[in-house]
Each structure stands twice: as structure tokens, then as C-alpha cells.
Design a protein around this ligand. Structure first.
Ligand code: BTN
Length: 249
């Protein structure tokens, strides 16, 4: 693996409640080098966004959490950490999948050939308005081939190949580092532009649930604060994560 620090300190576990929980405990207990990654074969209480569960067949997929210490990143700039993580994960997935198209579904679902191949759960610990630690939990469906969710897929389903999770982790560390270094260098315009360029279905009609109502939205863009901006019925809307959700249909 070719990185300066991301993924260099690696903790491998067989079973854990959640790699994000393990990372949070580790931070409380001791000094943790920037870029430390915790990887597990199995999670008993894997967590997803919007208080959902993250279910993964044991030993089949990539389940990991990176601990990042971005130093001077404020909570107002938190979206760029999320965008950098999504861009890195997207790139890793695309390159391991023989360049099948990988995209980002707002805010950070990972899409491969129009289905969800992975997700990211970020939990930040904040001191005086700055992010002291970011826990970047990433789950990628690698070798599992059956899912309860009809819009889910895996790298194996798309490529017909069994892929070793360690090699994806290495690639992920490299790609994350590339985007993390841009984040540290405060290249926010570049990050946001790249993120918007990789946004799934940005130019076609999407079913969007906005404050409980289903509407059709087009021309999707994400604003610097991480909100979703879109057109619907001649009006430009701007909605936060708690207000809007894009449907897979
Ligand atoms: C989502 O799409 O809802 C986000 C899923 C994030 C899942 C990963 S798996 C590794 C890490 N540990 C967790 O409990 N969740 C994240």
C-alpha cells in the first residue's frame, strides 16, 4: 500500500459490535495515530445513516472505520470531510470494478451500476467548534451476492469476481488519502466540484421525499454546506439531510 499515513496503523478484528463504536472507545482510551483504520469481518450492531442497521454477511464484505484528525476543520466545513470520504471510496470502488460506473448518491451512498454498493457513516467529535476526530465508517458490499434490499449490489455481482477485502482496504486507504490531503490543503472548491460531478442522477428526474411529501426533482447540486439543491415545479429548493431523501426508484 502506497500511503503516507492513512491505513498505516491497522487494527483487524474478527467480530465487534460496530467498528465505529470501537473507534470511539479507542479515541477515549489512548493516543491514536491519524489515519488509523479498524477493520472487522463481522459486526453484531453495524449502524447506518438515519438510525438504520447495517447488515452484512460475516466475512463477505468490507467493514471499516478510519480515525482522522483534520486539525483546523470547523463544524461549518464538516460537509467537506464527508465529500472527501465519498470521493475516495467512489474512486476505489470504480477502480476495483474494472471501471464500471461508480457514483455518489447524496449525501454519501456509494452507487455501482445504479445500485447501492456501500455507505458511509461519519461521526465527529467536536471541541470548541472544530472537528477533533472524525470517525469515517465505511461499508462496501464486496462478495455477498444476495440482499434483502432490491436496490443493493456488490462488487462481485457486478464484476463476477471474488475480491479480497484486504486489497480493497489498501486501495481505499490510498484514494482516501488523496482526497484527505486536498481537504487538509483547504481545496474546498475542488472537492465540491468533484463531488457534484460524481453525483448520481443529477440531471434526470428523481423522486425526492421532502418533509414527508413525494415530489419530482431535477438538476441536483450540493451546496457548500452540504444541502441538496434541486428544481421542482419551477421552484429551486434547498434541503438539509433531515428534510430530504432521494428515492432509489
Ligand atoms: C449507510 O449507508 O447507511 C451507512 C453505512 C455505514 C456502514 C459502516 S460498516 C463499518 C462502520 N461501522 C458501522 O457500524 N457502520 C459503518
Amino acid at each position: 500500500m502506497n500511503t503516507l499515513f492513512i491505513g498505516q496503523n491497522k487494527i483487524t478484528l474478527q467480530t465487534v459490535d460496530s467498528t465505529n463504536n470501537y473507534a470511539a472507545k479507542l479515541i477515549k482510551m489512548s493516543f491514536v495515530p491519524d489515519g488509523t483504520v479498524i477493520m472487522a469481518q463481522n459486526q453484531t450492531e453495524g449502524r447506518g445513516q438515519r438510525s438504520s442497521e447495517w447488515i452484512s454477511e460475516s466475512g463477505m464484505n468490507l467493514l471499516c472505520s478510519y480515525i482522522l484528525q483534520p486539525k483546523s476543520l470547523t463544524t461549518e466545513e464538516a460537509f467537506y470531510l464527508s465529500a472527501a470520504a465519498a470521493l475516495g471510496a467512489r474512486e476505489a470502488i470504480e477502480s476495483i470494478s474494472n471501471c464500471q460506473t461508480a457514483r455518489i448518491k447524496w449525501p454519501n451512498d456509494l452507487i455501482l451500476n445504479d445500485k447501492k454498493v456501500g455507505g458511509i457513516l461519519i461521526e465527529n467529535s467536536v471541541i470548541k467548534g472544530s472537528i477533533k476526530y472524525g470517525i469515517i465508517g465505511i461499508g462496501v458490499n464486496v462478495n455477498q451476492n444476495e440482499f434483502n434490499f432490491q436496490h443493493a449490489t456488490s462488487i462481485r455481482n457486478v464484476t463476477n469476481r471474488i475480491v479480497d477485502t484486504d486489497s480493497i482496504l489498501n486501495l481505499l486507504s490510498e484514494k482516501l488519502e488523496k482526497w484527505y490531503l486536498l481537504l487538509i490543503g483547504k481545496k474546498y472548491t475542488e472537492i465540491l466540484e468533484a463531488y457534484n460531478n460524481q453525483l448520481w442522477r443529477s440531471d434526470i428526474e428523481n423522486k425526492i421525499k421532502l418533509n414527508g411529501n413525494s415530489i419530482i426533482g431535477t438538476s441536483l447540486r450540493v451546496t457548500p454546506d452540504g444541502n441538496l439543491s434541486f428544481n421542482s415545479n419551477g421552484t429551486r429548493h434547498n434541503a438539509s439531510f433531515s428534510e430530504a431523501r432521494i428515492s432509489y426508484e
